[in-house]
Design a protein around this ligand. Structure first.
Ligand code: ADP
Ligand code: ASP
Ligand code: MG
Length: 438
C-alpha cells in the first residue's frame, strides 16, 4: 500500500485533477492525500484577515469571488447535470458557512475552521469526480484521525490507531482519499499542520500503515540542488538521504514540509518526489542511504533573527548556557544556530512571537543585541570531519557577502551560514557557480 500526496498545483485546475486519475488507478491500494487547489489557502487566509480586521464588505466580496471561481471549477470538472448540481450544493454549503463568520467576533480558531475549507473542498470534488466516472473510492475525513497534541506535535499513536480503524471499514477499497494539512487539536477544535502541511499528513499516514512508499507529487521533477525560484540552471537530485532531505526542507527547500521527513525516516519508508506534469520522470528518491558527494544542494531560510548575549563574568561559569537556553524553552521558541566565544553566545530563531520577552529575560544575564531580517544558507554535502578542503571553496564563493555566523561540525551533512536576507539571492547564485559549476 502506498501513499500519494498531490499538492495544490497538482489539483489546481479541473484538467489537472482529471490528469491524476490514471496515476492512482493501478493495482496497488493507495491512500490519496490532497491539498487545497493552488491559491485557495492564501485566499481563505486573506478572507479571515479581512473578517478579523472588520473589513466586512471586502470580506463578503472576496468570499463571493472565491465562490464564483469554484462554480467554474465545478462546471468544468463534471460533465453531467447531476454531478454539477451536487458540486454547486457542496461549494454553496462551504461558502455560506464562511459567510456566517463575517461581521462577528473572530478568533484564531475561526480562522483555522475557514482555512480547512480548502482541503475539504478539493477532496470532496475529487471524490465526486471519481464517482461520476464510475471509479470506486472512499473519502476518509482527516478530522476523524489526524490530531496534534497540546504542544502542536502530531499525536502519532492516536493517528495510527484511528486511521487504521477507519481504513479497516473498507478492506476491499483500492482508492482511499483524505485531506492533507487539516487536523484537530488536543481540545478537538479544527487546526492544521502549518503551511505546506499536506506533505506531513502524507508521511504520518505512511508511517501509520507502514506504506511501501510515500509519494509527494508536485509541479517539478524532484528535489533540485538549489532553489529554482531564485536560481536558474538548477539540477534535479536523483537520490538523497533522509538526513539530507530533512536539513534542506528545514532550511527552506519549499518542496517538502520541514517535519515531513521524520515519520518516513523513523519507519524507513522511501519517499519519492514526482512531477504531476511529467509523471514518467523518475523524480527524486529519498532513503536511508547517503551517497557522499562534496556538495549536493543548497537551500535558504528567511525570517531569521539573531540574539547576541555578551557577559564578561558569566560565560565561562558553568550553568550559563543552560540558563540562557531555559529562557528559550520557557517561551517554546526553538533555536536554529548557536555559536559561542569566550564572552558571548549568539543564537538564531525563526519565531519572533516572544522575542521581546526573551530579550528582557536574557538581559538579566548580560548585554543583549538583536538583529532581524536575516537568512540561513544551508549547504548540504560531505562535511565529515575527516574531509579537508570544503570550507575554502564555500568562503571563496561568498567572498563578497557579509557572513554573520557559521555553523560547522554539528552535522556531517551540512554547513550553515547566516547572512542578511537582502544578500540571499546573490549568495545562492554564487554558490551555484562555485560549488556546482553551473
Ligand atoms: P505543492 O503545492 O505541490 O505542495 P510547493 O509549492 O509546496 O508545491 O513545492 C514545490 C515548489 O518548491 C517548486 O515549484 C519550487 O519552486 C519550490 N522549491 C524550492 N526549493 C526547491 C528545491 N530545492 N527543489 C525543488 N523545488 C523547490
Ligand atoms: N493547503 C495548505 C497550504 O497551502 C497545505 C499544503 O498545500 O500542503 O499551505
Ligand atoms: Mg507544498
Amino acid at each position: 500500500m502506498k501513499v500519494m500526496k498531490f499538492g495544490g498545483t497538482s489539483v489546481g485546475s479541473p484538467d489537472k485533477m482529471k490528469s491524476i486519475i490514471p496515476l492512482i488507478t493501478g493495482d496497488e491500494k493507495v491512500v490519496v492525500v490532497l491539498s487545497a487547489l493552488s491559491g485557495t489557502t492564501n485566499s481563505l487566509l486573506e478572507i479571515s484577515e479581512l473578517i478579523r480586521s472588520a473589513g466586512t464588505q471586502e470580506a463578503i466580496n472576496r468570499n463571493e469571488a472565491l465562490r464564483s471561481k469554484y462554480k467554474q471549477v465545478v462546471y468544468d470538472l463534471f460533465s453531467t447535470d447531476e454531478f454539477r448540481n451536487e458540486g454547486y450544493d457542496l461549494i454553496n454549503s462551504h461558502f455560506d458557512y464562511i459567510g456566517e463568520f463575517i461581521a462577528k467576533a473572530f478568533t484564531k480558531l475561526h480562522e483555522k475552521t475557514i482555512v480547512a475549507r480548502g482541503e475539504l473542498l478539493s477532496t470532496a470534488l475529487f471524490h465526486n469526480l471519481l464517482r461520476e466516472r464510475g471509479i470506486s473510492s472512499v473519502l476518509l475525513p482527516a478530522l476523524n484521525f489526524m490530531r496534534i497534541d497540546k504542544d502542536g506535535e502530531p499525536d502519532v499513536f492516536y493517528i495510527g490507531e484511528n486511521f487504521k480503524r477507519e481504513l479497516s471499514q473498507y478492506p476491499d477499497e483500492n482508492i482511499i482519499i483524505t485531506q492533507g494539512f487539516i487536523c484537530r487539536n488536543a481540545f478537538g477544535d479544527i487546526d492544521n499542520l502549518k503551511r505546506g502541511g499536506s506533505d506531513f499528513t502524507a508521511s504520518l499516514i505512511g508511517a501509520a500503515i507502514n506504506a511501501s512508499e510515500i509519494q509527494i507529487w508536485t509541479d517539478i521533477n524532484g528535489f533540485h540542488n538549489n532553489d529554482p525560484r531564485y536560481v536558474s540552471n538548477t539540477k534535479v537530485l536523483r537520490q538523497i538521504s533522509f538526513d539530507e532531505a530533512a536539513e534542506l526542507a528545514y532550511f527552506g527547500a519549499k518542496i517538502l514540509h520541514p517535519s515531513s521527513v521524520n515519520p518516513a525516516k523513523e519507519n524507513n519508508i522511501p519517499v519519492r518526489l514526482k512531477n504531476t506534469l511529467n509523471p514518467d520522470d523518475e523524480g527524486t528518491l529519498i532513503t536511508a542511504e547517503t551517497i557522499w558527494e562534496d556538495y549536493k544542494a543548497v537551500a535558504a531560510k528567511d525570517g531569521i533573527s539573531v540574539i547576541r548575549i555578551k557577559s564578561d563574568r558569566m560565560l565561562m561559569a558553568y550553568g550559563f548556557i543552560r540558563k540562557v537556553f531555559e529562557i528559550f524553552e520557557a517561551y517554546k521558541t526553538p533555536v536554529d544556530m548557536v555559536t559561542t566565544s569566550e564572552v558571548s553566545v549568539s543564537i538564531t530563531i525563526d519565531n519572533q512571537q516572544y522575542l521581546k520577552q526573551i530579550e528582557e529575560h536574557l538581559k538579566e544575564h548580560g548585554s543583549v543585541e538583536v538583529e532581524n531580517d536575516l537568512s540561513i544558507i544551508c549547504i548540504v554535502g560531505d562535511f565529515r570531519t575527516e574531509r579537508t578542503g570544503s570550507a575554502p571553496e564555500i568562503f571563496e564563493a561568498l567572498d563578497t557577502i557579509h557572513l554573520k555566523m557559521i555553523s560547522y561540525g554539528a552535522s556531517p551533512h551540512s554547513l550553515s551560514i547566516l547572512i542578511d536576507s537582502k544578500d540571499k539571492i546573490q549568495a545562492l547564485n554564487l554558490l551555484n557557480q562555485y560549488l556546482f559549476k553551473q
